[in-house]
Design a protein around this ligand. Sequence first.
Ligand code: ZN
Length: 114
Amino acid sequence: MDDSFTLYDLKVEVIASDKPMVCSHKVGDYFLVIGENLVFPENHSFSMYALGALLPLLPAKQRMLHENDWMLSDSIIACPDPNCGARFKITRIGTRKFSHAACTVEAIGKGESS
Ligand SMILES: [Zn+2]
């Protein structure tokens, strides 16, 4: 039985806005989201406060979404510091197949409600 499913790989990148940045962000700093892993390139840093604001959105952005879902259209996230002009752009950069059995010991379909 094919138990595969597809997730998007993501790139989360620091971009500028018309407000100056207060935190230590640098335009172009980024990390990748590949499956459950965050992949940070060498010599790039990323604010843990910004990461905290971004983390809840990443699993949704990895998944297929309804075309009317705001989570699909909205991809620019503000820094949680209200005085900071940094923005973080989430881009889908590709797809990757995963095996359900390689990700969990739970049975397919378990946990569904009707
Ligand atoms: Zn900031």
